[in-house]
Design a protein around this ligand. Sequence first.
Ligand SMILES: C[S@@+](CC[C@H](N)C(=O)[O-])C[C@H]1O[C@@H](n2cnc3c(N)ncnc32)[C@H](O)[C@@H]1O
Length: 197
Amino acid sequence: MLCLASGGGQQGPTLAATGARVTVFDNSPRQLEQDELVARRNGLELRTVLGDMRDLSAFADASFDLVFNPVSNLFVPELAPVWRECHRVLRPGGTLLCGFLNPDVYLFDHEALDKRGELVVRHRLPYSDLTHVPAEERARLWGTNAPLEYSHTLAEQIGGQLAAGVVITGFEEVPHHADATAGWLPGYFATRAIKPR
Ligand SMILES: C[S@@+](CC[C@H](N)C(=O)[O-])C[C@H]1O[C@@H](n2cnc3c(N)ncnc32)[C@H](O)[C@@H]1O
């Protein structure tokens, strides 16, 4: 199994505990260290690989039965390379499980949402990143080194997977885990897709 952009010591060790042969791939050495730490602590085996989710050239074609991609594609500006690479490294009949944010969550002013729980429509969608928010405001809200987020569209998320050649066979939605949008709309979507044989 490939845990894609999935570092942090959560999903990789959990799947390894089921007996799966797991590779955790992430662009953060610190996140991968967490997987190694949890695996060591619990006597589990897994492999960690550092890299960008848009380039899986470290892996051969058809080398995984399952690609698990937790909510993380908000950190890359374009999704087509991610889906193309997922399709390539999956064996025929393999499964792609992916979680992503409901793009509509990005409509709202962050300060009003986080501080007062108010839904104030502010951002036109899709926004390419947060650079249209003044630097001073970004620093105040998230600190100076916060990663940029990209809202994406459902066409990129769902149409993009289909265009890469996988077939979507499952779809779920759940509320946001923390912010006030949870009372109004789904915060996260999850897809299950199969690479045809
Ligand atoms: C929100 S975490 C999701 C996984 C984490 N295990 C969890 O459950 O919260 C997002 C992960 O994506 C990784 N990431 C961000 N941009 C990436 C990229 N371009 N390529 C690979 N990994 C990336 C981050 O380092 C982080 O580990």
